[in-house]
Write a protein that binds this ligand. Structure first.
Ligand code: ADP
Ligand code: TPW
Ligand code: MG
Length: 581
């Protein structure tokens, strides 16, 4: 410091130096201002200090072992809370690891923001080979709803606001926010910095349906002899639980829940046609879709699962206008947010609403009872080794007794059979592989479900499915989360009995036989169980869930019990070449 400066600095009449802020702090302040309290990520250059500072500023920063799982955690946090979940990654490889989760979030309509550090534009654009160089913005763009880059600290507030609005408004989805390393150390006047931040007002504004659209939908519904409501995960996301229940009960129309809409009304509800799904889809004449797309999960609204071509009329409630007519004609499109649309339908039904013909209700009830009765003995089986039904029968009772627990579910047989067998009783308690049928969501979803809701989590995992995110059991132990993982260990993918015809290697679908996944949990201080009967399984899961501590139950399942690809074996292409005898 020069002598003059010293004099000036100490002179009492001189103003104090302006307070400064920087890119790090502005990102944290912008998130907090918008009510975002948790970041899921993996640290490294250039975002290590961002995570540290966020933690120091009181945010919850959950560090994972791999970005894909942090991304899946952020995505399901978005689904559960309607606020975008935040995933924070390093440049290039970390960014790419997070990208699968971003794309999956977009596909499933979950709001999330992938924030990634990146290297400098000057070097990336001239392709001069920076540390972890990659044109991340360009790569992210086709895989998300929107992608933004912020170059100046003064624009952080707007950048974060745009990202939040893009993730939450309209059809929710994944957003990419690119923050080059230099941004974080840029300084600016603290007061100007605070003023530059934006608190997003009404990030997902109500979108009321047109009255004509409601009138048209009600006309079609009134004409129905065999109406059906299909509830999708959009309906679960919308958190319009009371209105949806009221619509079902007031209209008297039976409903089928899609996987993640199970529990929106309890699966035991008298109007649930979940256990008579095939009959309900095939024989219905008018179907009201609420937050469910007519994609492969509903056989595209045509073909064998449905009645004769043209015999089913579809009414669809969705916030995305372009969803209409995407697979078959929608005779009554209702575009708007589910809460507003369902309320408008209810208002329009008024006093004089006629319940659907009783023979239709009776047909579905009879079918449902027959299916439930057919299943019952299988669920009580004491076969040794355990088959899927016996193990799931035990878990079904546990979930009934613990309806507020969150069930995470992935695998093939383990997924399809659990979805059918385990009844759900409360909304947003079933989290699974969603629209893509993606393996690897398990531990990421489990961590976020525990962190966001504080509720106990039960993960029902195929042994293959578990392997995709298994290392995150360390994360679960590190944060001491109340997660009980049950690995359905049938020695492989679909089955553990395949062999290599040449006899050289293990078959492509099998794993080390009799693996002890429970020991993975023990390695990090959690509790491991090894069980071979439904009774042992029940005892282990109850003990684990009562303790609230991380636990993994290795449940030995008959390696021969599963079927190829679970319920969707028919999607496997068949060789065009006939096998020689
Ligand atoms: P599922 O797999 O359960 O059938 P999908 O993911 O196919 O469900 O469909 C969810 C649908 O819900 C999407 O088309 C999405 O646009 C819509 N959606 C999501 N949130 C809302 C909302 N708040 N209001 C209206 N539609 C919504
Ligand atoms: C990212 C393909 C679908 S289901 C599955 C795989 C590998 C595992 C099935 O075995 P699991 O279940 O979990 O042991 P079970 O009960 O039938 O034995 N990669 C990704 N996603 C998918 N869907 C696959 C591969 C697949
Ligand atoms: Mg398996």
């Amino acid at each position: 410091m020069t002598a003059l400066a010293k004099i000036v600095h100490t002179a009492p009449e001189v103003e104090a130096e302006p307070e400064l802020t920087d890119g790090f702090h502005l990102v944290i302040d912008a998130l907090k201002l918008n009510g975002i309290e948790t970041i899921y990520g993996v640290p490294g250059i250039p975002i290590t200090d961002l995570g540290r500072m966020a933690q120091a500023e009181g945010m919850r920063v959950i560090s994972f072992r791999h970005e894909q799982h942090a991304g899946n955690a952020a995505a399901i946090a978005g689904f559960l809370t309607q606020k975008p979940g935040i995933c924070l990654t390093v440049s290039a490889p970390g960014f790419l690891n997070g990208l699968t989760a971003l794309a999956n979030a977009t596909t499933n309509c979950f709001p999330m923001i992938l924030i990634s550090g990146s290297s400098e534009r000057e070097i990336v654009d001239l392709q001069q080979g920076d540390y972890e160089e990659m044109d991340q913005l360009a790569i992210a763009k086709p895989l998300c709803k929107a992608a933004f880059r912020v170059l100046h600290a003064a624009d952080i507030g707007i950048g974060v606001a745009r990202a939040i609005r893009a993730a939450c408004s309209g059809r929710p989805g994944g957003v990419y926010l690119d923050l080059p390393a230099k941004l974080f150390s840029q300084v600016m006047d603290a007061e100007a910095g605070q003023k530059s931040l934006v608190k997003v007002i009404d990030p997902a504004p109500a979108q009321h349906p047109a009255p004509e659209a409601i009138a048209r939908a009600l006309d079609v519904l009134k004409s129905a002899k065999r109406p059906l409501i299909v509830l999708g995960k959009g309906a679960a996301y919308a958190q319009a639980d009371a209105a949806i229940r009221s619509l079902v009960e007031t209209s008297g129309i039976p409903y089928v829940p899609m996987s993640m809409a199970k529990g929106l009304l309890p699966d035991t509800h008298p109007l649930s046609a979940g256990a008579a799904r095939s009959t309900a889809l095939k024989d219905s004449d008018v179907v009201l879709l609420i937050g469910a797309r007519l994609n492969w999960l509903l056989s595209h609204g045509k073909g064998k699962s449905w009645g004769e071509p043209g015999s089913t009329k579809f009414i669809q409630i969705d916030i995305e206008p372009r969803e209409m007519d995407s697979n078959v004609e929608i005779v009554a499109p209702v575009v708007g947010d589910i809460a507003s649309c369902v309320q408008a339908l209810l208002d329009g039904m008024g006093q004089g609403w006629q319940q659907p013909p009783s023979d239709w209700i009776e047909t579905l009830r009879t079918k449902r009872e027959a299916n439930v009765a057919k299943m019952a003995p299988k669920l009580m089986s004491n076969a040794s080794p355990m088959n899927f039904h016996a193990a799931l029968g035990a878990l079904r009772t546990i979930v009934k007794e613990r309806p507020d627990a969150i069930l995470v579910n992935e695998g093939a047989n383990t997924l399809d059979l659990a979805r059918g067998i385990i009844d759900m009783y409360q909304p947003r308690k079933r989290l699974d592989v969603g629209t893509w049928g993606i393996m690897g969501i398990g531990m990421g979803f489990a961590v976020a479900a525990a962190v966001e809701t504080g509720k106990p989590v039960l993960c029902v995992e195929g042994d293959s499915a578990f392997g995709f995110s298994g290392m995150e059991v360390e994360t679960i132990c590190r944060y001491g989360l109340p997660v009980c993982i049950v690995v359905f260990n049938n020695n492989g993918i679909y089955r553990g009995t395949d062999t290599d015809p040449t006899g050289r290697d293990p078959a492509t679908t099998v794993f080390v036989p009799d693996s002890r996944y429970d020991k993975m949990m023990e390695a990090f201080g959690g509790v491991g169980y090894h069980v071979t009967t439904p009774d042992e399984l029940t005892r282990a899961v109850n003990e684990a869930m009562n303790s609230g501590r991380p636990a993994l139950v290795n449940a030995v399942i008959d390696p021969a019990a599963g079927s190829e690809s679970g319920n969707i074996g028919s999607l496997n292409p068949q060789s065009g070449i006939k096998k020689k005898k």
